[in-house]
Design a protein around this ligand. Structure first.
Ligand SMILES: N[C@@H](CCC(=O)N[C@@H](CS)C(=O)NCC(=O)O)C(=O)O
Length: 219
């Protein structure tokens, strides 16, 4: 099998979803770190025209957008399957993945997670309290909806882990490190239990911020 190369930044939740998917598939891969200050210059801008991470390289094939990458990995590495065969369960997976991208990341985690966790660690930033406060109504709406979608199921599309769980876990793991998580999770205890179970999986233990930082140093 040809090599998978993941271009990303330690701490990137989207990048972690790709790495965790490769780990779930027990695939070997190489981590190629991207310096945040070089995202919008060559060579990275040639890999990703919008100057973001992650990017996957496989046998000369280049791919960006995490959902596309996760689905590509699930098709090229069929075992274990991470997409349900049942159309309704597959649609629930897709729906949760879009909630991740459109509502959880946009306006919630790229504000609260950025100001509380990522910005301070990567750039030494001081959190912007007014931006965080302004994001809280949407954060409550998103967490309540994720709690409703998960319901009493062990995973977002039913019994088995799917790409939806792998995409959502890194985002919620960052949000759970913020002081706002206490209020956001108060009426969504099922999300807390799910996050604990997902975080205990070898795929997520192997892709913590510190573990990926070690991969970056060794690259
Ligand atoms: N829609 C993209 C989003 C990727 C994204 O926003 N990545 C963040 C890191 S988690 C990034 O590259 N941020 C750098 C920036 O915006 O300058 C995907 O699914 O891959």
């Amino acid at each position: 099998m040809s090599e998978f190369v993941v271009y990303s930044i330690p701490g990137s939740p989207f990048g972690r979803a790709v790495l965790a998917t490769l780990e779930e598939k027990r695939a070997s891969y190489r981590f190629s770190p991207v310096e945040p200050s070089t995202l919008r210059s060559e060579p990275h801008i040639l890999r990703h025209p919008f100057g973001r991470v992650p990017v996957l390289e496989h046998d000369g094939f280049m791919l960006y957008e995490s959902q596309a990458i996760l689905r590509y990995l699930d098709r090229t590495l069929p075992s274990p399957p991470l997409t349900p065969a049942d159309p309704k369960a597959a649609a629930q997976m897709d729906q949760a993945m879009n909630v991740n991208d459109w509502y959880l990341f946009q306006g919630v985690n790229n504000v609260i997670g950025w100001h509380r966790v990522v910005g301070p660690r990567v750039m030494g930033l001081t959190p912007d309290e007014s931006a965080i406060a302004a994001a809280m109504p949407k954060a409550h709406a998103v967490c309540n909806e994720l709690g409703r979608l998960l319901g009493a199921q062990p995973h977002f599309a039913g019994e088995a882990v799917t790409l939806a769980d792998l995409l959502l876990t890194p985002q919620l793991d960052i949000l759970a490190q913020t002081q706002e998580w206490t209020a956001l999770s108060a009426s969504n205890r099922n999300l807390v239990g799910w996050l604990e179970r997902m975080s205990a999986r070898p795929s997520f233990k192997a892709t913590t911020w510190d573990r990926v930082a070690d991969l970056a140093k060794a690259a």
